[in-house]
Design a protein around this ligand. Structure first.
Ligand SMILES: Cc1cc2nc3c(=O)[nH]c(=O)nc-3n(C[C@H](O)[C@H](O)[C@H](O)COP(=O)(O)O)c2cc1C
Length: 178
């Protein structure tokens, strides 16, 4: 099974996950590893990763997802917001809307990823004007929490996750051949 690992990463968080995935499944037939903006060869299974941009995947990843038909897809992402799977499920539901129903989605994974310092500077500027704004306080706390991510636990989790899916998929493929 030919596998392409394709990602979009501005500041390196998502790329870090992509590299951990590549390392974890290095014995598989990986025919492409790299940015979504390159020429991507045709594969059977696409492992696709993106940063979160205003509640969705990056534009280039969305455009790429739209082109896929009759493929297997595994999605991974990083997002500035943490705090549980509920938000991540909402994000992925949105992404799924841009995936053609002829594809098979094998799973998705998210973890938190640090944000640029400019984001915090903007919050500080805003809270100076509205010192009682509770949402801004939450956002600043979240910014601080995100600073250490992806951390070693995130990387361990993404490795375990991809390993499980790839093993499951191999079993399914073998079963089909029999
Ligand atoms: C313009 C912009 C928009 C963002 N929008 C969101 C968002 O809607 N939700 C979220 O959780 N994180 C958001 N983030 C945070 C990034 O998705 C997060 O820091 C991510 O880990 C960056 O990944 P990268 O290092 O691979 O680029 C945004 C960041 C930027 C710069």
């Amino acid at each position: 099974m030919k596998i392409s690992i394709v990602y979009s990463s501005n500041t390196g968080n998502t790329k870090q996950l992509a590299e951990a995935i590549k390392e974890e499944i290095k014995n598989e037939n990986i025919i492409y590893f790299g940015n979504v903006n390159e020429k991507i060869p045709d594969a059977d299974l696409y492992i696709i990763g993106s940063w979160t941009d205003k509640g969705n995947a990056s534009k280039d990843i969305i455009e790429f997802l739209k082109t896929l038909k009759n493929k297997k897809i595994i999605y991974f992402g990083t997002a500035g917001y943490g705090g549980g799977s509920e938000y991540y499920d909402i994000l992925f539901k949105r992404i799924k809307n841009d995936i053609d129903s002829s594809n098979i989605i094998l799973g998705h994974f998210y973890c938190q990823g640090r944000m640029p310092i400019q984001v915090k500077e903007k919050y500080i500027e805003m809270i100076t004007k509205n010192p009682e704004d509770a949402n801004l306080k939450v956002n600043i706390k979240n910014f601080e929490e995100a600073l250490s991510h992806p951390d070693q636990t995130d990387l361990k989790n993404v490795r375990q996750w991809i390993n499980k899916i790839i093993k499951f998929n191999s079993k399914e493929e073998k079963r089909k051949e029999e």
